[in-house]
Ligand binder design. Sequence first.
Ligand SMILES: C[S@@+](CC[C@H](N)C(=O)[O-])C[C@H]1O[C@@H](n2cnc3c(N)ncnc32)[C@H](O)[C@@H]1O
Length: 230
Amino acid sequence: MWHHLCFATLTTRPTREVTGLGREMSDDRQAHWDSVYSRKSENQLSWHQDDPGLSLELAELTGLSPESSVIDIGGGTSRLAAALRHRGIRDISVLDLSAVALKAARERMGTAGEGVTWIAADVTAWHPGRCFDLWHDRAVFHFLVDEADRRAYLARLEEGVCTGGHAIIATFAPDGPETCSGLPVARYSPETLAETLGDGFQPVASRLDLHQTPWGAAQSFQYSLFRKAS
Ligand SMILES: C[S@@+](CC[C@H](N)C(=O)[O-])C[C@H]1O[C@@H](n2cnc3c(N)ncnc32)[C@H](O)[C@@H]1O
């Protein structure tokens, strides 16, 4: 069934390590995503959206202002950074495993992208070294199907969100696709995601979304907004 596939061709199979993330696994993941972004145009990427409206709606609930700091985790070629810049936000970072995606995103933003911090890294191995008022992740956390990877991500989330700051995490919903880009995903409801994040992140709001791929297939997502407890 169309809606149970998130479409982009797999070229390399990530190696699985017994103990968490190794360089080999990270390199394989990077090669996979670089290959996807090198071969496909945006309208061939199932996750592409012209307007990150739901992310912005939830971001507005956090009291976003030009002084807010925001990081888009696995931002790829998303329009979110441009939309945030348009709203006057100055401190914007975009992290992605794929340098190919970041280059395309930076080039498309033109001069508006000059003040953006572009970080080519695997989120499970990266060290934020600072905190952000808002952490945004659309369709990245759900790729972490190994417990060690999830734990590594959650440690970065804990370090990377300021106390009282917020996180928006959008994943496939329980009736969403079982794979994306040829990779398995873990699907979440707002409740199971809140359970996964634990007591340190309080659920604030959630939305269900039927994303339309560029070729008109429907994919079920959940978007959850959390506040990091003081
Ligand atoms: C399905 S795409 C979503 C892109 C973007 N968030 C959007 O909504 O358009 C997943 C993105 O996550 C990136 N990614 C996958 N695994 C990652 C990881 N472990 N660390 C950082 N980025 C990752 C991929 O390169 C890709 O850009």
